[in-house]
Write a protein that binds this ligand. Structure first.
Ligand code: DGL
Length: 266
């Protein structure tokens, strides 16, 4: 048993989709979430910048005495995970490998498509993780740079979004993929709309469940699971916590108790 919290971070709201799933799978765990609203979006930034932001956040979380850090961001997992694992003394888990494995287990025709940020697509992290599992998989990648700003603006429902989704999905549909990875933790927010356009024969994979299972397995294995009572969630944002709290409601389905401002200036 270890009652220390789990640290989770993302560039903004997206990682809350992971918080929600980890909260359900591990209700006794105390969670600390950090949304880097000052630097969002990460997807259009350089590797150097994303690594710098990620390290500053991980160091902050480490100071909060976390027992484990979950990088609830595909872009940071793609660009900064090895650096984080080298410099941070607690275990650091990323989202790409669990998501790739889940997609591999899901596909029937061996054709997998990845929707992700520009930086994640450029890093080739998903194709690398997938071909490690089976080198015969056919992989299509599609960058969707407009999704994150739309979601961060709270533009989750407007009809204009349908046309943008359709444009991004055209090459994915053409590829014949039967499995599509939501390779950005923001995208589950518009999952139903993506699913509707892809049709019933395409399976959507979001890494949240796979990550929650990995965290649970790790905590059980290392005898650190906290199941004494209901855990609490503490949320930090690096800019405008009030706005973050308002928009977070759309994602977690309830009002967050409090969002604290924590400016990090790496
Ligand atoms: N939600 C993040 C991801 O999974 C970051 C998106 C962004 O900030 O561009 O990649």
């Amino acid at each position: 048993m270890n009652t220390r919290p789990i640290g989770i971070f993302d560039s903004g709201l997206g990682g809350l989709t992971i918080v929600k799933t980890i909260g359900r799978a591990l209700p006794g765990e105390n969670l600390i979430y950090f949304g880097d609203t000052m630097n969002v979006p990460y997807g259009s930034k350089s590797k150097e910048a994303v690594t710098r932001f990620s390290l500053a956040i991980a160091q902050f979380l480490q100071k909060q005495n976390v027992k484990l850090i979950v990088v609830a961001c595909n872009t940071a997992s793609a660009l900064a995970l090895p650096q984080l694992q080298k410099q941070i003394s607690v275990p650091v888990i990323g989202v790409i490998e669990p998501g790739a494995r889940k997609a591999f287990d899901t596909t029937r025709n061996g054709k997998i498509a990845v929707l992700a940020t520009e930086a994640t697509v450029r890093s080739l992290s998903y194709p690398k993780a997938l071909t490690k599992l089976n080198k015969n998989l056919r992989i299509t990648q599609q960058a969707c740079p407009v999704f994150v700003p739309l979601i961060e603006e709270g533009w989750i429902h407007p009809a204009a979004g349908e046309k943008i989704i359709a444009d991004y999905l055209r090459p994915v549909i053409k590829s014949g993929a039967d499995t599509v990875i939501l390779g950005c933790t923001h995208y589950p927010v518009i999952k139903q709309r993506i699913a509707k356009q892809l049709g019933k024969n395409v399976q959507l994979v979001d890494s949240a469940q796979a990550v929650a299972e990995k965290v649970k397995a790790f905590l059980i294995q290392t005898d650190q699971l906290n199941n004494r009572r209901r855990g609490c969630l503490t949320v930090y944002a690096s800019d405008d916590p009030k706005r973050f709290k308002q928009l977070a409601k759309n994602i977690v389905g309830r009002t967050l108790p409090r969002v604290l401002l924590k400016k990090l200036m790496p």
